[in-house]
Ligand binder design. Structure first.
Ligand code: GLC
Length: 544
């Protein structure tokens, strides 16, 4: 059922100020995981009114846009990535009116809004899947193997663990690359294309500035749904082509969506969540007639090593430059272990990694709470966990090729990065809302709250605020050239117009000739007699 707005929306007007044609090329975009950001009604679950109440915070932080994770009607089998109605807001998060008001309020504040679209699969409660005839036309059903069809049609495994097929009461099987409650749509059916075009239009008409496209590499499956070969999926994932990821056919869909986006005013964008095996394959998603951005998960998956970082930065920049696109950097999201924990060096390393990322040419995504230096919560009791991957026993080894597993957290599951934010006070729920919080917050998060960090020049929050403010005022940061400079082993040095960035990836201090005037550093840097002492695990921006 589609929810109606109770008052007419000023849809179709050009939303928001400062809508340069290439705004996204160097935008800093903040990911709001809606259920964990701010709760307005005391049910312990974040909601759209909660997000709206915190827009001034996001504005002051200095980001350009927010990406809202799915808030659509959903049974919440996978945190809302199982959508039952793409045009309705789930009552957990509010009403359609709240989405409309949030979009308008964000634009008035000067923030753009990107919403999540989930086209690879729907919820099993979606009306299409509920109708047995329609379901067999629009989802991927196959007869089973074996004498009585008792075996799955092929050997594909769910990203969340277990077989990627579930048998129905009629005896046939349906494909679900994720949970059984998330049946995969059949993108060979034109009805599916038409419906998603209409859904995109619905949200574009409401004024959104773009879409984060969930599993953008998964909608098309190899013809004949071929077997992978017993036991090979786990070793192939993330490194090679699989018959259900990164098939060439997905690009036609993205090209059609680009045409649709271009038909609207104000440079509306598409960002691909695509786990492609190489930077070159990823760059195909951001060709001039396709999407605008694609998350650089190769960068996210690189450890804290100077040579590895340099290699992935070079490969990413070269690949995106070959198609004229900027690179889209990211260190944390709702699917991976927070980088304060993942990089293995605590807050010092996380702060340095962030300053490195924000000095690179291109766009960057921040995940809520990283500006507070939040660590992964690694001791959640089993009874509070909600990640379907936990219940289906997805592989727990990292790095995170598919977004569900990573080293360094509580067995690699995803609840530990989704714990609600601490805003103020010294006791849970730390101002998250008037009630509790759907996942328990650690007892020591009071010191990490927004209120506790605001105004403390040494805090991580103020580091982010200063870095983002500098990015706005230094014309050379953002989109533009970058040149490596000679540096000792373990240190990375590169020049951007007017700025030099030094990164010491080693645990111990390293002395270098004074590069310039320190502008901002993730840790106190000592300068003396023409030299600078870079602290271990640090990043510094210098004016040159
Ligand atoms: C994406 C989302 C993840 C979700 C999955 C299935 O990877 O980021 O949270 O579980 O898609 O929709």
């Amino acid at each position: 059922m589609t929810q109606e707005l109770t008052s007419p929306s000023p849809a179709r007007q050009a939303p928001g100020p400062g809508r340069g044609p290439g705004w996204w090329r160097d935008a800093v975009i903040y990911q709001v995981y809606v259920r964990s950001f701010a709760d307005s009604d005391g049910d312990g679950i974040g909601d759209l009114q909660g997000v709206r109440s915190r827009l001034p915070y996001l504005k002051e932080l200095g980001v350009d846009a927010v990406w809202l994770t799915p808030f659509y009607a959903s049974p919440q089998a996978d945190g809302g990535y199982d959508v039952a109605d793409y045009r309705a807001v789930d009552p957990l998060f509010g009403r359609l009116q709240d989405a409309d008001e949030l979009i308008r309020a964000a634009h008035e504040t000067g923030l753009r809004v990107i919403v999540d679209i989930v086209p690879n699969h729907t919820s099993d409660q979606h009306p299409w899947f509920q109708d047995p005839e329609l379901a067999r036309q629009r989802y991927i059903f196959r007869p089973g193997k074996g004498d009585s069809g008792q075996l799955p049609p092929n050997d594909w495994e769910s990203i969340f663990g277990g077989p990627a097929w579930t048998r129905t009461g009629r005896g046939d099987w349906y494909l679900h690359l994720f949970a059984p409650e998330q049946p995969d749509l059949d993108w060979e059916n034109p009805d599916v294309h038409a419906e998603f075009t209409a859904i995109l239009r619905f949200w574009l008409d409401l004024g959104v500035d773009g879409f984060r496209i969930d599993v953008a590499h998964g909608m098309v499956k190899a013809a004949g749904l071929p077997d992978i070969g017993h036991g090979r999926q786990a070793t192939l994932i993330g490194s090679q082509h699989l018959p259900f990821f990164d098939q060439d056919g997905v690009h036609a869909i993205h090209r059609a969506w680009r045409t649709l986006l271009d038909g609207y005013d104000g440079a509306r964008i598409g960002v691909a969540e695509a786990w492609a095996p190489t930077p070159e394959r990823l760059a195909l998603y951001v060709r001039p007639d396709e999407l605008h951005q694609a998350f650089n998960f190769q960068f996210l998956g690189t450890g804290w090593r100077a040579d590895g970082l340099r290699e992935v930065i070079d490969a990413s920049l070269a690949a995106t430059a070959s198609v004229g696109a900027p690179t889209t950097w990211v260190l944390s999201n709702h699917d991976v272990v927070r980088h304060t924990t993942r990089l293995g060096g605590g807050l010092a390393r996380a702060r340095a990694a962030t300053l490195l990322m924000l000095a690179l040419p291109g766009s960057a995504y921040l995940y809520q709470g990283e500006e507070l230096g939040l660590p992964e919560v690694t001791d959640l009791p089993d009874e509070v966990r909600q990640d379907p991957a936990f219940f289906r026993g997805a592989a727990s080894a990292g790095p995170a090729p598919d977004g569900t597993a990573d080293a360094g957290g509580q067995d690699g599951m995803r609840d530990g990065c989704r714990v609600p934010l601490p805003w103020a006070g010294d006791r849970p729920p730390y101002g998250f809302g008037p009630g509790g919080s759907w996942l328990p917050q650690p007892a020591d998060w009071g010191a990490l709250s927004v209120a506790a960090q605001t105004g403390d020049p040494d805090s991580t929050l103020e580091l982010y605020r200063t870095a983002l403010a500098l990015r706005r005022t230094l014309p050379g940061l953002g989109d533009g050239p970058m040149n490596w400079r000679p540096a000792p082993d373990g240190v990375l040095t590169f020049a951007r117009p007017g700025v030099l960035c030094t990164v010491n990836t080693l645990p111990d201090p390293v002395e270098i000739p004074l590069p310039g005037r320190p502008l901002l550093s993730s840790a106190p840097v000592a300068t003396e007699d023409g030299s600078a002492l870079l602290p271990g695990d640090s990043c510094t921006w210098w004016a040159i």
